[in-house]
Design a protein around this ligand. Sequence first.
Ligand SMILES: [Zn+2]
Length: 245
Amino acid sequence: MPIYWDRLNWQEYRELVPKKIDTVILPVGTIEAHGATNLATDVVIPLKIAEEIADAVQAMIAPPVYYGVTRTLYPYPGSLTVKPETFEAYLTELLHSMAEQGMKKIVVLNGHGGNNDELKNAAFSTGRKFKTKVAVIHWWMMDPDLVKQIYKTEGGHAAVDETAMVLAADETLVKKELYDEKMSYRYQDGIYVYPIPGTIIINKDGTGGPDFDPEKAKIYLDKVCEKIRDFLLDVFDMWEKGGKG
Ligand SMILES: [Zn+2]
């Protein structure tokens, strides 16, 4: 059973941190339109991964940051955004605060590509200022081959990979009846369109369409969690040894 930061009493926290637990996972995302899944898809996924791996990496789970930097999907109904500088300042202060509260390792599990640069800056600032070590993981970039192995196609925004992860986390959040093939827009380097004309964004024509099979989705979730867990355990081990192998 994972330990949730927000459910602890302050005296329980004092007993645990840093003596028994010195690692925290912070799920981060944004609120934006996603083909057939919910507006908080980018939070649901990292929170689910955190719940799956927390015990194995001996971490507690911090309350997620739901609001991030939504960019080209902002004009769609229900999308929310904050300015990049606001997000970066907020995340930086939050990570500093976690370090001040005794966390020696912070894992930021990110679910949204629009947050990447700001999270890197927040992590660097925290690592420089404190002895805390920080890993930022953009889960969908961890191993893009996994989606190819299981689904024989590529992933994308609100495509087969994100839809599978939400399906595995909570199938009531996936609305198959609201999916339409025409939602897919093929992203091209060198072109910027605002708003982006589809809420499913793929990299090659004819790839990435969602698959609504819950069993396959569970297999994909397990593989993603396994990758991230093993990666973190390796990094923790190397940090422990001071980079000496
Ligand atoms: Zn997303």
